[in-house]
Design a protein around this ligand. Structure first.
Ligand code: 4NP
Length: 175
């Protein structure tokens, strides 16, 4: 794929690819939603060859399951497709991904415990850290045991954060 145009002033910067892993507890609601939202943003900007995306869970109860039907239908109403089968975070994720994006502070703590060293732990971030309007409230609340409003809220929060995340990633990777 031809190298995307680099913004003026950064002409010497070499563009490089980036791999992002979205992580929640079950990998059936929030993290597949974030993956689907980001995939759509990346597709719209023509960056599919440069940005690799996946999602995983810290827990193993839903391994192999498709995304939750409530998450899938809420996303579909916004033109976003959720796909894939749930998997658990694995040690190689810390080698394969540049950023591991936790949906809440509990996921963040779990990932930091799993990180093999400080360099890897520093690549674990809260997704909502990238939302310029997050105002210090940085969790994407777990919608699993709540009503349909929770899934709409997840999409609102994730969409705002992913726009900010993509802007930062583009800047950092010269894309
Ligand atoms: P997620 O939601 O972490 O956003 O995928 C959950 C899904 C399942 C469970 C908890 C949260 N569970 O306890 O089974």
């Amino acid at each position: 794929m031809p190298r995307p145009e680099v913004p003026s002033g950064a002409a010497e910067q070499q563009a490089h690819s980036v791999a992002l892993l979205f992580v929640c507890l079950g990998n059936i609601c929030r993290s597949p939603t974030a993956e689907g939202v980001m995939r759509e943003l990346v597709r719209r900007e023509g960056l599919q060859e440069w940005i690799t995306l996946d999602s995983a869970g810290t827990g193993g109860w839903h391994v192999g399951d498709p995304p939750d039907a409530r998450a899938t239908s809420t996303a579909r109403a916004r033109g976003i497709v959720l796909e894939g089968a749930a998997r658990r975070v694995r040690a190689s994720d810390f080698e394969d991904f540049d950023l591991l994006l936790a949906m809440d502070s509990s996921n963040l703590r779990d990932l930091q415990r799993l990180a093999p060293d400080e360099e890897a732990a520093a690549r674990v971030r809260l997704l909502r850290d990238f939302d310029p309007a997050s105002n210090g409230e940085l969790d994407v609340p777990d919608p699993y045991y709540g009503g349909p409003g929770g899934f709409e809220e997840v999409l609102d929060l994730v969409q705002a954060a992913c726009v900010g995340l993509l802007a930062q990633v583009r800047k950092g990777a010269g894309l």
